[in-house]
Design a protein around this ligand. Structure first.
Ligand code: NAP
Length: 210
């Protein structure tokens, strides 16, 4: 079904991230975005090979994918895509969005990601094309100051202003970097992420060494 009973276009949330590992901050951000922007589904798309990272610094894509599957399985409004994990080469967002545009032609697409990633959007491959296809939701950590970025958008890319939204997500005080460091230093990570994901990390010996 592509339209709701009032005839509005349905909205699909696309949750893009490396998710190394996924944690409660991501899940709360996705759920808040779903409610705030009236998204019918949030599709999680773990990056295969992130274009802006050294691939040796990132856990294997199939492991990150499995952790996302474990984390979202009890929410019927969340779904998972292997689009980037299965694609060869670097995971350019524009290529993913072209496929999603064809798959969901009637839906409005909302790409949800962290504000740190959003700050770099204009350097992404075919950024202008991306901003014709989607609305952006930047999930911000508490205390994030968007004023410099908003000024830059207003001055340099005014046509995109209405397509970029912010969502402050207090739970994003949790970060994947912090979780990896905690594991390496033998500190607890329970309650920072779903328990099945914590057990998966333990069973696969993830993040123990640098
Ligand atoms: P990142 O640089 O690892 O993360 C930037 C910040 O945003 C981190 O603080 C991260 O926190 C947070 N974050 C990332 N994804 C999030 C999400 N979905 N919700 C809330 N916070 C999130 O960014 P990344 O994860 O590798 O990339 C984010 C998305 O941008 C991916 O879909 C990626 O493919 C896309 N991207 C595309 C291009 C391109 O096409 N050229 C370039 C860069 C990024 P945590 O570390 O706690 O997750």
């Amino acid at each position: 079904m592509s339209k709701d009973p009032e005839g509005k276009r349905n909205r699909l949330g696309i949750m893009g991230g490396t998710f190394d590992p996924i944690h409660y901050g991501h899940l709360v951000a996705a759920e808040m975005a779903r409610c705030e922007f009236d998204l019918s589904t949030v599709l999680f798309i773990p990056s295969g090979t992130p274009p802006h990272k050294n691939s040796q610094d990132v856990s294997a894509a199939d492991l990150r994918y499995e952790m996302v599957a474990l984390a979202i399985k009890d929410n019927p409004a969340f779904d998972l895509s292997a689009l980037e994990v299965e694609r060869k080469g670097l995971s350019y967002t524009v290529e993913t969005l072209r496929i999603l545009r064809r798959t969901w032609p009637e839906h409005e697409l909302y790409f949800i990601t962290g504000t740190d990633a959003l700050l770099e959007i204009f350097s992404w491959r075919e950024a202008e094309e991306i901003l014709t296809m989607i609305q952006f939701i930047g999930a911000a950590r508490p205390g994030f100051d968007a004023s410099d970025f908003l000024l830059k958008v207003e001055q340099e890319h005014p046509e995109t202003q209405e397509k970029i939204h912010y969502l402050e997500v207090p739970a994003l005080a949790i970060s994947s970097t912090d979780i990896r460091l905690r594991v390496r230093h033998g500190q607890p990570i329970r309650y920072l992420l779903p328990e099945p994901v914590r057990i998966f990390i333990q069973q696969h010996g993830l993040y123990v060494t640098e």
